[in-house]
Design a protein around this ligand. Structure first.
Ligand code: HEM
Length: 401
């Protein structure tokens, strides 16, 4: 990592694990994972007050044990707080409440229901590439492509008017900055920043209930038993989960193709399979937090009730006990990874991501024959729970056909 990343060190917060408190380690945490996993797959970190889990087997077991290991509630004990609006989304709930809401939402994410969006993904991607290439071949892949394309795709599925996309993006960024449950045992309690977003979704769902349009909010309002609050909070989460992770996936794919010198061979790859290996090799969500409802034993370590457990998906996906040569990127591997989670909370948007990412990458390479990355100017995300880039300047060569 070159000089471009140096100034970033100041933003690295001390609630991160000690071994990850540098931009280089956040960009490449895999040596830290291996070292810890070799020492013990489950460990207590007294600085952060959490139990870390590093092996594939135990991370999967933890993700699937949704009775003893639950999502930490978003709003904590505070009730007079805009976060309590978002708390009603399934990602923050558990048990029968979570099952009921997910059951209602599930069918809207089947590949059959999503068939119609393929064309709009291509046209959104082409339009954004045109804009990015407006000033020649040099642009920031993150800001001018990987953020806006998935944002437009998920917003058009959900039904957020285009003129509100920028405002939504700002709320998503605020939400991410106040939500710290994956970093330490401290909750995320700064809900006052989210009041306007909660009001926006309340109004939008009310409007679509009375005047439906051709979008997910209207369908959920017309066809399900979900309350308006559940529809609003879950649609906010679709934008939250569907934008950031997808942006990170696209940035990671471009970074890996460059790093592994694979750009010249992109025509040879099945993008659906290549994307699965990108998801394993550099998983956008590296860690998920849970709270124990009672004492739980994982790989011989007993974790008492009411403790925070960090399940390191990124470490599980590089576990040599599960994957041969885990640190090798194999475009044809088609791995059974944990990048979309497992069990009750597993990603409802995985069919969207699995359809969207190959289409976006294929459309990108239909226009762009080759590119180079300005290595010194890459800026990795300064978070341990997310693996991706905040800045990725790219010099692209456009296809002539
Ligand atoms: C590369 C893209 C994506 C990745 C890597 C990803 C990853 C994940 C993971 C790991 C979880 C499990 C969280 C946990 O167990 O705590 C999850 C849940 C979730 N994802 Fe995704 N996701 C992606 C794309 C999307 C998209 C496009 C959507 C849009 C709808 C979405 C919506 C959700 C929601 C709502 C949940 C919560 C499900 C629940 O709590 O039952 N994700 N995702």
């Amino acid at each position: 990592m070159g000089s471009g990343s140096k100034a970033f060190d100041a933003d690295i917060d001390d609630s991160l694990p000690r071994g990850l408190r540098s931009i280089e380690a956040l960009h490449d945490p895999f040596a830290w994972y291996h070292k810890n996993r070799r020492a013990s797959s489950v460990q207590y970190d007294d600085h952060r007050g959490v139990y870390d889990v590093f092996s594939y087997k135990q991370v999967k077991e933890g993700l699937q044990n949704s009775e003893q290991l639950i999502r930490p509630p978003l709003a904590g004990d505070q009730t007079n707080n805009a976060l309590s609006y978002f708390d009603t989304a399934m990602i923050w709930s558990d048990g029968s409440e979570h099952k009921g809401v997910k059951g209602e939402l599930f069918r809207y994410f089947s590949p059959r229901m999503l068939k119609g969006i393929e064309e709009s993904i291509v046209s959104i991607t082409e339009a954004q590439l045109d804009t990015a290439l407006d000033d020649g071949g040099e642009f920031d892949f993150v800001d001018e492509f990987a953020v806006p394309v998935p944002l437009r795709v998920i917003m058009s599925i959900v039904g957020i008017p285009q003129e509100d996309h920028q405002q939504l993006l700002e709320w998503l960024e605020t939400f991410r900055s106040v939500m710290t449950s994956e970093d330490s045992a401290e909750g995320s309690l700064k809900g006052k920043h989210m009041t306007a977003a909660a009001e926006y979704f309340e109004t939008l769902v009310d409007e679509r209930s009375s005047s439906p349009q051709n979008d997910l909010i209207s369908e959920l309002a017309q066809e399900t038993n979900l309350t308006n609050e559940e529809i609003g909070s879950n649609c906010f989460d679709f934008a939250l989960a569907g934008q950031g992770t997808m942006s990170e996936l696209l940035g990671n794919a471009i970074y890996i193709l460059d790093e592994q010198d694979l750009v010249g061979n992109v025509d040879e790859y099945d993008f659906e399979i290549l994307v699965e290996e990108v998801l394993r090799y550099r998983s956008p969500l590296q860690a998920r937090a849970r709270k124990t409802t009672e004492a739980v034993t994982l790989d011989g370590t007993t974790i008492p009730a009411d403790e925070t457990v960090i399940l390191w998906i990124g470490a599980a996906n590089r576990d040599p006990a599960r994957f041969d040569e885990p640190d090798a990127f194999c475009p044809h591997r088609d791995p059974k990874h944990l990048a979309f989670g497992s069990g009750a909370h597993s990603c409802i948007g995985a069919p969207i991501a699995r359809m969207e990412a190959p289409i976006i990458l294929r459309t990108f390479f239909d226009t762009i024959r080759d590119f180079s990355l300005e290595q010194d100017a890459l800026v990795p995300k300064p978070k341990a729970s997310k693996l991706g880039f905040d800045r990725m300047p790219i010099q692209a060569e456009v296809s002539i056909e």
